[in-house]
Design a binder for this molecule. Sequence first.
Ligand code: FES
Length: 85
Amino acid sequence: MAAKTKIIICLGSSCYSRGNHKVLEVIKQYLADHQLKDQVDFRGQLCSGNCSHGPVLHLNDIMYEEIDENKALKILDQHFFSRVT
Ligand code: FES
């Protein structure tokens, strides 16, 4: 069985209040819409000290900075469907 994709969203107060509260919902909806929940280990984390680059999101140990809903969707599309929107 293929390894699960690891997605970690920062839920520290800085990232959360600057947009990750919305990104969290967008990712949950995306995983549900594409039946990807079983293939993904999706979890939140506390502040990792990268607030100045935040909101941050990790996908398989790559850190993405200054995330918003659209950027998150592009990252997910690219990862799961290798398409750039
Ligand atoms: S709150 Fe996200 S890195 Fe600090």
